[in-house]
Design a protein around this ligand. Structure first.
Ligand code: PLP
Length: 438
């Protein structure tokens, strides 16, 4: 299957090129040329399949013509060595807990899948030569860096460079990507997250630099990062089907760059019977405003307690437009929106803790509340619980006024020793660093 650019000004490319390039040469986002439909019998018996089996079927439909079946199976089973349970909160609302991967973030699945795919491509050596590395650049405010660094750890032929703002990520997050070593380098930038992102962007735009180096992105602009997230939606449906509740499933997605939600839209286009979507936002409500008015007006992000959704210009918005041929009516009937202020998010966390003894993280809290507010009587709601609450101790503990248990997976990172390179925020310095790579 070929991939085209949402800007439609660059030639179609193979999956391999789309993954290695990240962004199309006209700066658009890659989209698969067709969206394969899955057969009726797959949906009829989906409730008898495991998460891995479902994911493998979905992957085959997308990637089966470019990756040998046994290799793809290995990639999928290797990626998904953990489960994503659907935990019931009320009879109408369930949480699909996507945070059981190695860094307790839903981004683990996309990052691990992309790492394995890229690892396969570098070994196959058709675009990249034997002794050439692919360099993955990630700017992070915390969660992306840890998922990507851990996903790519030890993958041959791929080096990861994580740029993060000095003093602006929590200690536990910092430890998750500065203690790994091997093919992972952490760059501690004397600046903000926006400065880190600007450095990465400048590097991608630097034509001379790109002549000698393979640079790619592991953000959700990369098709290999966001498409595997469609697995979640099929699995959620399978769980509801087991309960006899799959007839009118509404999925609510806490959204920032909208990679996760876009993957859900793809799942529906592949034939998955999802009745509708809800995009839950924090104070950064650019998408909500678009749904209300039909006008998309990006603006600088503001900081909230659900900081992984502090995005003022969601990078996957163009994919959503492209999927629906720019049809606002269709988009706004398919996706409903909601947004919550910090106080509302905190109230929801407290209320759900008191009433149901379930601890939400700030992102999941937006998802849960949007279902409470928008779900109709005959609908079944699933929200994606995108991170473990222990990753947001400073927010969550004061709300419930209790200490929460930090999972072993997180604690073990704390034992490692931080190693990072300090860098100023001038592109000149970053460029010098990149030029010294091979
Ligand atoms: C990244 C992230 C999100 C937002 O996901 P998008 O795909 O960017 O919309 C939500 N919650 C958490 C915890 C995240 O890390």
């Amino acid at each position: 299957m070929k991939y085209y650019s949402t800007n439609k000004k660059s030639p179609k490319v193979s999956l391999e090129q789309a993954v290695i390039q990240g962004l199309a040469s006209d700066k658009g986002l890659f989209m698969p040329e067709e969206i394969p439909s899955l057969p009726a019998h797959f949906f009829a018996s989906i409730d008898q399949l495991s998460f891995q089996e479902i994911a493998f079927e979905v992957s085959l439909a997308f990637f089966g013509d470019e990756i040998p079946e046994n290799k793809l199976k290995e990639i999928v089973y290797d990626t998904l060595n953990f489960d994503v349970p659907l935990v019931r909160i009320t009879s109408q609302i369930g949480a699909l807990e996507l945070f059981h991967g190695p860094t307790l973030a839903f981004k683990d699945v996309g990052a691990r899948f992309m790492a394995r795919l890229l690892g396969y491509f570098t070994q196959r050596q058709s675009v990249v030569d034997e002794d050439q590395n692919i360099h993955v650049l990630v700017a992070t405010s915390g969660d992306t860096g840890s998922a990507v660094a851990n996903g790519f750890l030890g993958v041959r032929g791929v080096k990861v460079h994580v740029l993060y703002p000095k003093g602006k990520v929590s200690e536990i997050q910092e430890k998750q990507f500065t203690t790994l070593g091997e093919n992972i380098t952490a760059l501690e930038v004397d600046g903000t997250f926006d400065d880190c992102q600007a450095l990465v962007k400048s590097a991608f735009m630097d034509e001379e630099l790109n002549e000698g180096l393979f640079l790619t992105s592991a953000n959700s602009i990369n098709v290999a990062r966001f498409l595997p997230q469609s697995f979640y939606y099929f699995y959620a449906y399978a769980q509801l089907k087991k309960e006899g509740k799959s007839d009118s499933m509404v999925v609510c997605v806490p959204s920032g760059n909208f990679g996760n939600l876009t993957a859900g839209l793809f799942a529906k286009k592949m034939g998955l019977p999802i009745k509708g979507f809800i995009a839950a936002n924090n104070r950064n409500d650019v998408f909500y405003q678009y749904l209300k008015t039909g006008e998309y007006i990006p603006r600088p992000s503001v900081t909230t307690v659900a900081n992984a959704m502090d995005v003022g210009d969601p990078s996957n918005f163009d994919r959503i437009l492209d999927l629906y041929g720019d049809n606002y009516e269709e988009i706004s009937s398919e996706i409903k929106g909601a947004f919550y202020l910090d106080d509302e998010i905190k109230n929801t966390i407290l209320k759900v803790w008191n009433e149901y003894n379930y601890l939400l993280d700030p992102h999941g809290a937006c998802g849960y509340q949007a279902l409470v507010d928008l779900l109709k009587e005959d609908e079944q709601g699933v929200f994606l619980e995108t991170a473990h609450p222990a990753k947001f101790l400073e927010t969550v503990e004061p709300i419930i006024e209790e200490k929460i248990e930090v999972p072993d997976k997180l604690q073990s990172f704390m034992k490692g020793e931080k190693q990072s390179l300090s860098m100023d925020k001038e592109y000149k310095s970053f460029r010098t660093y990149l030029l010294a790579l091979e």
